[in-house]
Design a protein around this ligand. Structure first.
Ligand SMILES: Cc1ncc(COP(=O)(O)O)c(C=O)c1O
Length: 488
């Protein structure tokens, strides 16, 4: 796979010459025209890091299942209840099989999404004075937010710094953050805390080393490996890499159903969690007057209330769909298109020879996924306001993302914002993101994010590149008439 190309190149001929592996993914073009035909209708979808897309076969399977069989509320012995339990348990087995997880060692807890999975861990993890929450700077807010639980219970919160220009995190930074320090860590305690990082960044597409899981374990940490952005185009083998907690949102893999995620967890690590409450479905026994309760001793202790029993079976279908296509083919296709997108973005120049694009994160395809963050620059090197790109790309029928993508650490790394100024700003208590952008003197309030997935084609990428050239080549950056930013 090519990693550095000097010249601007266009056309399928050059693409295939640079990325010959793409041809072996032609089956996905056929699927796109039959199963994702709604994309033919002028839709240019480039937000697979936001949500994957559903095949019509998935929707048919859902309708057929509900039309053919009656499902009742699970947790009971009646026939419709048992029917629901049966399909939910099937889905649980499919999740573990997809991750090659040993069911003796791991279990799958159904949640609403990856954020809910993070919350379960954050609120029940035995953080205490003397323990630590070590969290990589490149992380989704739903993982960063766990620090509030840690801090509230007196644990030390440690952010592992991010390096420019690739916005990776170095092995040595991870080692330093995890290394024992005098006076920290409770004597006689086997676990020193929790280390949390994403297998793939939702901002830059960087794939962080899975090897850190073993290193963290050796240093006495439990590990939360956020797989939400990684799993849509990559295999994760839980017999090889053995994190303790793995949050997942299934709509990111195959678009449908929304509202169903998982916390895949090691049973041994779950046993160390203490839930701060109980709910319907989570308890083996409870007394109102006696004021006691006993949680169930399996994954159901973490599933609050009635499961989404009409949609959870769609996860099993989605996993089957992805496996039948083959994740290796999806991975290959997305890697080829990402390489081409990066090559072409790097080759875009104004007439004065100045680059049109600043990429945040790796500019080649090594150890990265199909998410690319960047800003457009004008001929004088001034950043084109991301709100302008949001409005103009939307008007052109293109679905992409702008902003910081709920990943403040990668955003601060991308825009070179340093800790002292952030601390000073916090003390001034600014109210809106717009005020922060102005106070920081940032040229823009965020980046542009284009991300690719299973149904992506060369035509999608080329349409976006044509839009980019026609909209921003040789054009001075102006900010007049843009609405203030209300949130990041
Ligand atoms: C890496 C990563 N982690 C966690 C999340 C949170 O997922 P959800 O919003 O489905 O809870 C996202 C969502 O974009 C993500 O990309």
């Amino acid at each position: 796979m090519s990693t550095s190309r000097e010249q601007s190149v266009t056309g399928p001929g050059e693409f295939l010459a640079a990325y010959p592996g793409y041809e072996s993914t032609a089956a996905l073009d056929r699927l796109r025209s039959t199963e994702y035909a709604y994309l033919d209708d002028g839709v240019v979808y480039l937000d697979y890091a936001g949500a994957g897309l559903a095949a019509t076969a998935q929707l048919r399977a859902h309708r057929d299942r509900l039309a053919e069989r009656c499902f009742g509320n699970p947790h009971s012995e009646n026939p419709t209840s048992k029917a629901a339990t049966e399909v939910v348990e099937q889905a649980r087995r499919a999740v573990l099989a997809h991750l090659n997880a040993d069911p003796e060692e791991y279990c799958a807890i159904f949640t609403a999404n990856a954020s809910a999975a993070c919350r379960i861990v954050g609120e029940a993890y035995p953080f205490a004075r003397g323990s630590r929450f070590v969290v990589s700077s490149d992380n989704h807010n739903s993982v960063i937010g766990m620090r509030e639980f840690a801090r509230a219970r007196g644990a030390q919160v440690v952010h592992v710094p991010i390096d420019t220009p690739e916005l990776r995190i170095s092995d040595s930074a991870v080692h330093t953050a995890l290394r024992p320090r005098p006076g920290l860590g409770r004597p006689g305690h086997t676990r020193r805390g929790l280390f949390a990082y994403p297998a793939q960044s939702n901002f830059t597409g960087v794939q962080h080393p899975l090897e850190w899981v073993r290193i963290a374990h050796e240093n006495g940490y439990d590990v939360l490996l956020d797989a939400a952005a990684y799993l849509p185009t990559n295999e994760l083998d839980l017999r090889v890499v053995q994190p303790d907690f793995v949050p997942i949102s299934w709509y990111k893999l195959f678009g449908y159903p929304t509202g169903v995620g998982c916390l895949v967890a090691r049973r041994a690590a779950l046993a160390g969690l203490r839930r701060p409450w109980f709910a319907g479905g989570t308890i083996a026994a409870v007394s109102l007057q006696g004021d006691w309760h006993v949680m169930t001793d399996d994954e159901s202790a973490f599933e609050d209330g009635t499961l989404n029993f009409l949609s959870i079976p769609d996860v099993a279908f989605g996993i089957g769909w992805l496996r039948e296509i083959g994740l290796d083919m999806v991975h290959r296709r997305v890697a080829c298109l990402t390489g081409w997108l990066l090559d072409r973005l790097r080759s875009l120049v104004h007439d004065n020879g100045a680059p049109m694009v600043r990429i945040y994160g790796p500019a080649d395809t090594r150890r990265r996924g199909g998410t690319v963050a960047f800003n457009f620059l004008d001929p004088d090197g001034v950043v084109v306001d991301e709100r302008l790109v949001a409005a103009e790309s939307a008007a052109a029928g293109i679905s992409l993302r702008t902003g910081c993508f709920c990943n403040p650490g990668a955003g601060e790394g991308a825009f070179g914002i340093e800790l002292p100024i952030l601390r000073r700003l916090f003390r001034t208590r600014l109210a809106t993101v717009e005020e922060y952008v102005t106070a920081l003197g940032l040229p823009s309030g965020g980046a542009i994010r284009v991300s690719l997935g299973l149904p992506s084609t060369l035509a999608d990428v080329e349409t976006f590149l044509r839009f980019a050239e026609s909209a921003y080549r040789n054009r001075p950056a102006t900010v007049a008439g843009l609405r203030p930013r209300e949130r990041c």
